[in-house]
Design a protein around this ligand. Structure first.
Ligand code: PMP
Length: 295
């Protein structure tokens, strides 16, 4: 599904066939989850293939590496150039790009000097599909920011996301919504969360969530269109009073939510601010409205 005989990946400075690449089973990332990664999308635009907000994604990758004491040997510009080359070699136009920084053999709980960089890409539909989602408030909370760097995309953090998603799906829902350690609404397992109430949007402030690049794009679009977007802590009860809601993330883009637990949002999705932002987001990524490429 992710690769075939022809697929090329980037591994430690070289482009190699995916089915010929290998890694040591003693690596620290595999044993303890100490590695960092990104999830990025490229779009086939009228100007050619364009990676949306590559700079922001690679700056976040550098931040993630830094806080985890990982010495990432590539600059933002180099990572961007590698990504475009990877897309070209695989002949991808609309694709998802997954850079992963994983570490060498180390069974101790200490920093590891051997750093590996792998970058893969595959053609991937919208992560949460196109239909409105039935969401479950998770029994799991997002990691306590005093236990880790929540704004870093660290491999090990995603066990929390897997537990929440598995719980929601096993109960017949499409997706989970997690609270933070204080019980305030935080985010989904792989996407940020917004509610609409009386013509305004509300979302959790930074501190206990991943600083989503799509979340930031929603702010930019909202501002351009004149919508008020408020960052504040809010409880699940406030969701059950809201008019509408959506998730946003690179993989999922902007996707509307039909219900949370038994509460169905009263506003028709097509009439919501989320739907306006969803349409604008699609245009922004597909028509290269955002110019930040170095190339
Ligand atoms: N929250 C979590 C936990 C995520 O994994 C993601 C996906 N990276 C997001 C939010 C959305 O972030 P972005 O918009 O940068 O993809």
């Amino acid at each position: 599904m992710y690769y075939n005989q022809e697929t090329v990946i980037f591994l430690n400075g070289k482009f190699v066939k995916a089915n010929e690449a290998n890694a040591s089973l003693y690596n620290q990332t595999m044993h303890y989850g100490n590695g960092v990664f990104e999830g990025i999308r490229a779009y086939d635009t009228p100007d050619g293939v364009r990676i949306f907000k590559a700079k922001e994604h690679y700056e976040r990758l550098q931040y993630s590496a830094k806080v985890m004491h990982i010495d990432l040997p590539y600059s933002v510009k180099e990572l961007e150039q590698i990504s475009y080359k990877l897309l070209e070699l695989n002949n991808f136009k609309d694709a998802y790009i997954r850079p992963l920084v994983y570490l060498g053999d180390n069974m101790s709980l200490t920093p590891t000097n051997e750093v590996h960089v792998v970058m893969m890409a595959w053609e991937w539909g919208k992560y949460l599909g196109d239909s409105l989602l039935r969401v479950m408030l998770s029994s799991f909370q997002r990691p306590n920011p005093k236990s880790c760097f929540v704004e870093a995309k660290v491999v090990g953090h995603y066990t929390n996301s897997i537990l929440a998603t598995t719980e929601a799906k096993s109960k017949g829902y499409d997706e989970a919504l997690l609270t933070d350690m204080n019980g305030y609404v935080a985010e989904g397992p792989g996407a940020n969360f917004f509610i609409e109430k009386d013509g305004k949007l509300f979302t959790a402030p930074l501190g206990n969530i991943l600083a989503g690049i799509t979340r930031q794009t929603v702010f930019e679009i909202g501002q351009e269109l004149g919508y008020e977007i408020v960052e504040k802590f809010f409880t699940p009860e406030e969701i059950f009073n809201a008019d509408s809601a959506f998730f946003c993330g690179t993989a999922a883009e902007v996707i509307g939510i039909q219900s949370v637990n038994d509460y169905k949002f009263p506003l028709e999705w097509e009439d919501s601010i989320g739907a306006v932002i969803q349409r604008k987001y699609k245009r922004r990524v597909a028509f290269n409205e955002y110019h930040n490429v170095y190339l």
